[in-house]
Design a protein around this ligand. Structure first.
Ligand code: PMP
Length: 387
């Protein structure tokens, strides 16, 4: 007999609810920004990834609309069939130049890029080594590849070294976030690169949260550390965060990109993003690079927030990036704090397991260049009142 769907699924949903792990969505009625309309109310938000405040920039809106005029809406097919437009192609060239690599390949999302690149490079005879706090898509990519899978302690190069020394494999790949998405701290890339090289392993860096924010011109974590392709042959970047649009890319040498075109299933078997998104991203890349005041303002707001939080005795994490999580621990308490802030007109979603490790629920506070000093001040006041 076919089991009744509701009867089969309900216990799990009930359990999530009881453990304060149930996930909800809120409905935005209008553009992203520091002040948004959500569920019929105007609130200030401190939890988007729109770090440079570009998601609703007038020039990027215009570029998007011009893209629609020129290319229509849908791409119509996968890149390898007939979906790869001039706009996609130009964006790939601009991204490659931006990160100083011969080639870049667009993927529809960062999740797909990470699944695609890891599973195209590795198979059963290989081994992948991942920071414990890597983004889910990197972990899933390692699992999908069917490679031997080892997670090492967060930012712990000695643990990585021991793991690499203990494994024999055809290919070894070390995988890390450049900026950790839920903690905001940086991976120790120079040390990771040295360890990887010592054990003949490639290093893949997913710079979803560093690109546009760190380094000269916003070139990201690698620019911040002064590293290039010799140390980090495989670079993943996403476009839906600091660049304010949508999509992702993998950048590296010719052979890497050609291999992905031949073999990355999440590249080959999915529809290309709308060309207008690529046109908009090209405009946002130019803005992000040129308008360094956005990074300067962000740095200023981060310093203001951290200083104010220290005065309030709040325990922040060791992060100098726009991701400034406030660790709560208990999921129910994190939800309660989020609700209390919402009552004060501040939207900061509670992040709970399994997105973060058990017992480490938090408010993932993020700052953007579109916030004002006053907004940060009020956020601190609201936190003081809510805690
Ligand atoms: N990598 C990291 C580190 C991320 O934080 C995210 C997004 N949360 C992704 C990849 C996935 O990117 P996308 O949202 O474009 O799928």
């Amino acid at each position: 007999m076919v089991p009744d769907l509701k009867t089969a699924l309900a216990p799990n949903l009930d359990q999530r609810q009881a453990q304060s792990l149930y996930r909800y969505r809120r409905v935005l009625e209008g553009p992203q920004g520091p002040e948004i309309q959500v569920d019929g109310r105007r609130v200030w938000t401190f939890c988007s990834n729109d770090y440079l405040g570009l998601a609703n920039h007038p020039k990027i809106r215009v570029a998007f609309m011009q893209g629609v005029q020129e290319y229509g809406v849908g791409s119509g097919a996968a890149h390898l069939v007939t979906g790869h437009s001039r706009a996609h192609h130009e964006l790939e060239e601009a991204l490659a130049e931006f990160v100083g690599r011969p080639r870049a390949l667009l993927f529809s999302t960062g999740y797909l890029a990470n699944l695609g690149v890891i599973s195209a490079l590795l198979g059963h005879q290989d081994a992948v080594f991942e920071d414990r706090l890597n983004h889910a898509s990197l972990l899933d990519g390692g699992l999908l590849a069917g490679a031997r899978f080892k997670r090492y302690r967060h930012r712990d190069c000695q643990a990585l070294e021991a793991a690499l020394a203990a494994r024999r494999a055809r290919r070894k790949l070390v995988v890390t976030d450049g900026v950790f998405s839920m903690d905001g701290d940086l991976a120790p890339l120079p040390e990771l690169a040295t360890v990887a090289r010592h054990f003949d392993a490639w290093l893949l860096v997913d710079d979803a949260h560093g690109l546009g924010v760190l380094g000269e011109g916003g070139r990201g974590s690698l620019a911040h550390w002064g590293l290039g392709m010799a140390q980090v042959p495989i670079l993943v970047g996403t476009l839906g965060k600091a660049l304010g649009t949508f999509g992702a890319f993998v950048a590296g040498e010719e052979a890497l990109v050609e291999t992905l075109i031949q073999q990355a299933r999440t590249y080959i078997y999915t529809t290309a993003p709308p060309p207008a998104v690529a046109a908009a991203t090209l405009a946002s890349l130019r803005l992000a690079e040129a308008e360094s005041w956005r990074r300067e303002k962000l740095a200023h707001l981060i310093a203001q927030f951290r200083q104010g939080a220290a005065q309030l005795g709040l325990q922040l994490m060791d992060s100098q990036t726009p991701i400034q999580p406030l660790l709560v621990g208990d999921s129910a308490a994190a939800l309660k704090l989020s609700e209390s802030l919402l009552a004060r007109g501040m939207l900061i979603t509670a992040i709970r397991p399994p997105t973060v490790p058990a017992g480490s629920a938090r408010l993932r506070i993020t700052l953007t260049a579109a916030h004002s000093e006053t907004q940060v001040e009020r956020l601190l006041e609201a936190l003081a009142e809510s805690l």
